[in-house]
Design a protein around this ligand. Sequence first.
Ligand SMILES: *Cc1c(COP(=O)(O)O)cnc(C)c1O
Length: 357
Amino acid sequence: MRVYNFAAGPSTLPLKVLEKAQSEFLDFAGTGMSVCEISHRDKAYEAVVKSAEALVRELLNVPDDYAVIFVQGGASTQFAAIPLNLMQTGVADYIVTGNFAKKAWQEGQIYGTANKIGDSSDKTYTYIPDVDKLAYTDGADYVHITSNNTIFGSRYSKFPKCKAPLVADMSSEIFSREVNVSDFGVIYAGAQKNLAPAGVTIVIAKRSLIENPLKICPTMLKWKVQDENGSLYNTPPAFAIYMANLVLENLKELGGVKAMQQQNEYKAALLYDFIDNSKLYKNNVVPEFRSIMNVPFVTGSEELDAKFVAEAKKAGLVSLKGHRIVGGMRASIYNAMPVEGVKALIEFMKKFEKENG
Ligand SMILES: *Cc1c(COP(=O)(O)O)cnc(C)c1O
């Protein structure tokens, strides 16, 4: 039986996509081979990469002067690729709003001066600093943000308007809400939260910014090289890109990012409203900054939290344990989580509150 999977990543994928992948697994595009066995230089596979790129461009309205590439190493490798590709003066700004934002900032320090210009750790990352009041460094090469904080369940309600190019880690929210790509210099995202299985990372970068990577930048991390080679510089993560393509086709069928955003806002509102009106559960994020993808909550008792997670699992609602840094529970309700899954969770929460409140 398929469960409702609330894992933060790798996470649930659309059932239709899994079924399609299953149906053509042994014979991909009439080749008599699975997509995992075929050369990445085969026309049938090249078409997949081209389609995935075209769909990213279409669904996010990516301007033509931006590269869209598929790379390996996860978002964490991009923490290094960002300074390696973008540092010109060697100074960049970072806003630290969570665990991954902090890691990106720490990685930046290896290659240059990484100024932490904002930090919400004083309140365990339950808010986003006021982006209009930060002391952006004059002449910085870029400003790095994590647009949605997967572990703490917060997100930017508005983005910085800074002179330097804005670089955003959107790993846990890409394709979940509309963004204006031209407001960003670079958008990047590991796929395993909202797009595909683990193994592929998307980078969308303004081409004029990626002309001069640092001399020490490994060839594989040069976005320009990946762009010039259509993401086929070396063997790509073929299956993950194939799955991303199916998910993007599915997203288009469902009405694209705008329709998905409406559904995501609806799902998140159901859950937050229920939590806010309950006596047992609490979400500590400042409402303005609440994520519509990751919803952490606690009962106030570690013992009860553990009981909740265990009983939910028995009810077919799995992977609700919060990240080890924050404890409690976390419901990740990505694009692929159906409304029925969120409703089933709320019904379970009601029942659990009645029995334990
Ligand atoms: C999961 C996550 C990462 C780390 O991704 P990897 O692919 O494991 O390197 C980075 N940033 C954010 C916002 C994430 O949610």
